[in-house]
Each structure stands twice: as structure tokens, then as C-alpha cells.
Design a protein. Structure first.
Length: 398
């Protein structure tokens, strides 16, 4: 039987020699052995020298994702068990293994399991299979996760558009054990949050903002806060528990704000300390500006405005517009906290956009600190594309 392998065009092996784990279709000279989607293939250079072992994805421009650069390492049960255990050990090192809490347990390329995302919510796991290779090994990965973690139940949330690029349909549902409660309650930094893992954004909760919630809460005491794109109110809970005077949450989703109200009530935060508004954020912020409303802190955590390179200019304008509106709503001494979760947005570009927004707003803020995704979303030095969440905390003079 002909060995399943990919031969590269001359000179196209450089990224693999730097240990990047993506191989695009334009680098491929020939494919031998008729591999099926998700099957393991060896990658060799133009001279036939082994470079890596990968999962084949013929439907995608990202044609192969590297499993290993070790020719002796087979892609079997032992391989997946070792990678899963290594990822869990890293979260234990971070002290993110609170049995009542949650975290990103496996983060795709960073944990050398490209295309697999696993979030832990107490005794339950939520999994996403995002690549043809992970789909091919889906059953063995579920079995390994169940055995190694001891999870009571594993729920799949592979309902993301990136699967279409791999030629895969979307899929959700229980894949192991018992159904998780709805909502599922977790704790973070002493706060309690109810999470809908079946229908919520991402897997139900934004674990990537853990560090940012702590940083923003530390500046919240006594402040009136506008929390835009609030989702289920995690920033509101964190800041009000830290002593904020009042928070207005704005989101276009009524169910998300209903969940936010529940989260605030669970944390014994009285209704006189917050207000929830179902509205378009851009429209509402403009209306607040016209009304002369002012706040001591504005938090802007919008959805991804830049989905592709073609959307870069339009997305940058949206981030700049929303930051300008935020600055105009601040009192003297007020703090703006703004984010971009677009991977194509660099930290340097985001700071420039925010600076341009300040000029347009006629204010002169100082940068307090940069924010980024929580460390349970680590970034491989060889795969910088894993770094996506950028944030800034800036303050106006008194």
C-alpha cells in the first residue's frame, strides 16, 4: 500500500522548520496514497526528507495541521492521552483547577492539539471539534477526555462556522455521561455565575476575560460604569462586588441580559445598583452622548468586527467609532476599557486606533495597562496566531 504523504514544493518547508503547525495548500507539490479527510499523513520536503506528521484536510486552504515533528511518534490513543494530560497539568500549574470553577482546559494549537477546544465547567466539559483531523479522531478523544478528567458529562458545541471550511457540518449535543444542569453554576474570584453551555456564546462563558475582570474590578470602587456589549454581565458582577456604585449593562440580546440579572441576583447585588438595557450599543451610546450622560468608567467588549482581511478597514473603523463614543461619555478622571477579540488586529494597530479615537473625541488619556487573554488561553511562540484578545485601560485627566 502506498504511504500517505504530502510532498512540498521546493523552499516551502521554512514554516515547519520553525515549528509552525499550519500548512497551506499552496505549499503542496503532490499528495500520495489518497488520504481521506482527517487521516494522518507524513509531510516531506522536495527531496523526500521527513518534516512532520499531520492531519489532512483537503476541503480547506489550511490543508494540513501538524500533529508532531517526531517521526517516531504515532498518532494513537497514547498520543492523545499524553497531550490531554499535559494540557491539564498546565492549568494546574496556573491554579485554575478549582473544582467549583472553570477554565479553558485545551486550547487547540497552543496545547499541540490543533482544532480541539475544551472548556471545563466544574464536573462537566464542553468540547469543540474544529478541524477534519479532530473530527476523524473524535470518538477516541471523547473517550480519553472522559477517562482522564473523570467528567460526569461531556457536551459538544461544534456549532461554529469554521467547520464549514473543513467540509464539516455543525453539531451539538451530549456525547458522554449525564446531561449538565441548565444553567450550570461556576465560581470565579468569589463570584458565582450561571452558564448556559447549550446555547450561550462560545461555550457559554468568556473564560478569556478572567484576568481582565480582575484588572478592571481593581479600578471600579465608587465608580459609575457603563458596560457595553455586556452579554451575561460578568464585568458587572466583578465591578459591583468590588465596590462600583452603579452599572448600566447594554446588550442587543434580551436572553443574555436576563441571565445577567440572574447572575447579579445570585451575587446578592440589589437591583438599585444596576440597570439592564436591551439595545443596539452604537445607537444607545450616541443617545447617551446627546443626553449629556457621563460615567466614571466605560467598558467596551464588542464581538469580533474583523472576520477576514477584507473586513480589516471596515472593522478598524468600527473599533475606532465605538472608542470615540466611549471617550465622549467619560467624566474627568474617567477610565475607558476597550477590547478587540479579532485575531487580525495587532496590539500596535489597536493602540493606534484607540489613540485616533481619543483625538476625534478631543480628549488626552494616559495608558494605564494592556490587557490580553487569560493564561489558560496560552500562545505557542511558534504559532502567534493564537494571540487574539487585545485590551487597553486608559484614563482621562481630572
Amino acid at each position: 500500500m502506498e504511504k500517505k504523504r504530502i510532498k512540498l514544493n521546493s523552499g516551502r518547508e521554512k514554516s515547519l522548520l520553525r515549528r509552525h503547525v499550519w500548512l497551506f495548500s499552496g505549499a503542496i507539490a503532490e499528495v500520495a496514497g489518497e488520504p481521506q479527510p482527517g487521516e494522518t499523513v507524513d509531510i516531506v520536503d522536495a527531496a523526500g526528507k521527513f518534516l512532520a506528521r499531520a492531519a489532512w484536510s483537503p476541503e480547506s486552504q489550511l490543508a494540513a495541521r501538524i500533529w508532531t515533528f517526531d517521526e517516531k511518534e504515532e498518532i494513537d490513543d497514547a498520543f492523545f492521552a499524553e497531550r490531554i494530560r499535559r494540557a491539564i497539568e498546565f492549568r494546574r500549574f496556573l491554579k485554575f483547577d478549582d473544582p467549583k470553577g472553570g477554565c479553558r482546559l485545551i486550547y487547540s494549537e497552543a496545547d499541540q492539539l490543533p482544532g480541539l477546544v475544551v472548556d471545563r465547567y466544574g464536573d462537566f466539559l464542553v468540547v469543540q471539534f474544529l478541524s477534519a483531523g479532530m473530527e476523524f479522531h473524535r470518538e477516541r478523544i471523547i473517550a480519553q477526555l472522559a477517562e482522564i478528567t473523570g467528567a460526569k458529562g461531556i457536551y459538544e458545541r461544534s456549532d461554529v462556522h469554521v467547520r464549514a471550511r473543513e467540509g464539516l457540518p455543525e453539531r451539538t449535543g451530549l456525547v458522554y455521561g449525564v446531561q449538565p444542569p441548565n444553567p450550570l453554576i461556576i465560581e470565579e474570584a468569589g463570584a458565582r455565575y450561571a452558564v448556559d453551555i447549550r446555547h450561550g456564546q462560545k461555550s457559554g462563558f468568556y473564560f478569556d476575560q478572567r484576568s481582565s475582570r480582575e484588572a478592571v474590578a481593581a479600578l471600579a470602587t465608587g465608580r459609575t460604569i457603563l458596560n457595553a456589549f455586556s452579554y451575561t454581565g460578568a464585568f458587572a458582577v466583578a465591578t459591583l462586588r468590588a465596590g462600583a456604585a452603579h452599572v448600566i449593562n447594554i446588550d442587543s440580546s434580551a436572553p443574555a441580559l436576563a441571565q445577567a440579572a440572574h447572575n447579579l441576583e445570585m451575587n446578592r447585588i440589589g437591583p438599585e445598583r444596576y440597570e439592564n438595557r436591551v439595545a443596539d450599543v452604537f445607537t444607545e451610546l450616541r443617545r447617551f452622548t446627546e443626553e449629556g450622560r457621563r460615567f466614571d468608567m466605560v467598558i467596551l467588549d464588542p464581538p469580533k468586527f474583523i472576520e477576514s482581511q477584507r473586513a480589516l478597514v471596515r472593522g478598524c473603523r468600527a473599533y475606532q467609532d465605538i472608542a470615540r463614543l466611549g471617550y465622549r461619555l467619560l467624566n474627568p478622571g474617567g477610565v475607558l476599557v476597550n477590547f478587540s477579540c479579532s485575531g487580525l488586529m495587532t496590539p500596535e494597530l489597536f493602540q493606534k486606533i484607540t489613540a485616533d479615537a481619543a483625538v476625534e473625541a478631543g480628549v488626552h488619556p494616559l495608558l494605564i495597562r494592556h490587557l490580553e487573554q487569560s493564561p489558560d488561553h496560552p500562545v505557542s511562540l511558534a504559532v502567534p496566531e493564537g494571540f487574539y484578545l487585545k485590551g487597553l485601560i486608559t484614563r482621562l485627566p481630572e
